[in-house]
Design a protein around this ligand. Structure first.
Ligand code: GLU
Length: 374
């Protein structure tokens, strides 16, 4: 199991900066914070580290400059605010980073840029080029054009996507919380932060049940999602309080700061990661208990005999979600048959596929190699 001490060796580091730490109600941008951030990154760059920043704060700084107290409801107003605030934000990054002689570049991404193979490679190449020139990418979601279908919606998940895309060695999420609390610290004062997390799945379930909303307890839900993504790809993650003195340097010394999320030793392949996170499922396949056990406990493929029914109109090669009878999400996978075909062969043995359809592609509805457990 990877230890905190080993993250000292990390070369490529993605750092996520939350809106609440980069902005300040009185002066719009917390200049002291930004200056200290630049100072730490300057030090790390001098040691040969490659730093990539994912920064929120476009909407928040836009609101503060324009003295708007409440987030507008309409999407176009929010998008306009993001466009205005992003310019302001990036100008401030430039001001403080250039004081230390560092160069920055603005990169705005949508989830489509990651889901589409060509755009994915394009984004990767651009970022790699910037990194090779020692220019620090400051990434945000392209809120101005990202409508709901192509929106990631939060920069925690975006930072995880970026860390995976760039095969980073470490993801640091800087926030206004000290780390991950198992309970809501606003409700239970005595609750302490968890030092090390290995099984993030159980907490994700708990947090989503707890809050019933995507925001979770203080936005922790999306942070856990982000941690899970990178852990699957073998990348460690540390969640810590952004305004602590020298927080990044302390984390990189292996000090016990915040919560350390331990990555899987045997990471999943890029293909499986893509199936699990980057592609939107086109439908669902509901399976019986026997198939559920075969998938979870025995690492088997999904056969037609275990299928109860399909939902949605998916085609061959689409990604679908696999759920049990109680609609618990079990896995995602690439289907070998369309929804219409699965409806015809559901419940049947693989040897009966040809009789039912008049042809047969494969024995499995979803082959194990194209299936990821959630
Ligand atoms: N992209 C949004 C912004 O810059 C922030 C999203 C988030 O905080 O996760 O305002």
């Amino acid at each position: 199991m990877l230890t905190r001490n080993e993250i000292k060796k990390s070369k490529r580091i993605v750092i996520k900066i939350g809106s609440s730490i980069v902005t300040d109600e009185n002066e719009v941008i917390d200049e002291r914070f930004l200056n200290h951030l630049a100072e730490q990154i300057n030090f790390l760059q001098s040691k040969g580290k490659e730093i990539i920043i994912v920064s929120s704060g476009a909407v928040a700084s836009g609101m503060m400059v324009l003295k708007i107290k409440e987030k507008p409801k309409s999407i176009s107003e929010k998008q306009a605010l993001a466009a205005f605030g992003q310019g302001y934000l990036i100008a401030k990054y430039n001001e403080f980073f250039s004081k230390f002689g560092m160069l920055i570049a603005q990169v705005l991404l949508t989830s489509e840029d990651i889901a589409d193979r060509k755009r994915y490679l394009n984004a990767k190449n651009t970022l790699e080029t910037l990194i090779s020139k020692k220019i620090i990418p400051i990434i945000n979601e392209n809120d101005t054009v990202a409508t709901s279908e192509i929106r990631l919606g939060d920069n925690d998940n975006l930072s995880a996507e970026v860390a995976c895309l760039l095969e980073a060695d470490l993801l640091i999420i800087l926030s206004d919380v000290e780390g991950f609390y198992e309970d809501d610290p606003r409700k239970r004062k005595s609750v302490k932060i968890i030092d090390t997390v290995t099984d993030v799945g159980k907490y994700i379930e708990k947090v989503s049940n707890l809050s019933g909303s995507k925001v979770g307890t203080g936005g922790i839900y999306t942070k856990l999602q982000a941690a899970k993504k990178v852990m699957l790809m073998g990348i460690p993650c540390v969640l810590a309080k952004g305004k602590m003195e020298n927080v990044i340097l302390k984390i990189l010394k292996g000090e016990k700061i915040g919560t350390f999320f331990v990555p899987l030793e045997k990471k999943i392949s890029h293909k499986k990661y893509f199936i699990a996170f980057n592609v939107k499922p086109k439908g669902k396949i509901i399976i019986d208990d026997g198939a559920k056990e075969a998938l979870i406990k025995r690492g088997k493929s999904l056969l037609p005999s275990g299928v109860i029914k399909t939902v949605g109109n998916f085609d061959v090669g689409d990604v679908v979600e696999i759920e049990d009878k109680k609609n618990n999400k079990i896995a995602r996978g690439l289907v070998n048959y369309s929804a219409v075909e699965v409806e015809k062969i559901k419940g049947a043995k693989s040897s009966e596929i040809e009789k039912k359809l008049g042809y047969k592609y494969e024995d499995e509805v979803i082959h194990r190699n194209n299936l990821v457990l959630i």
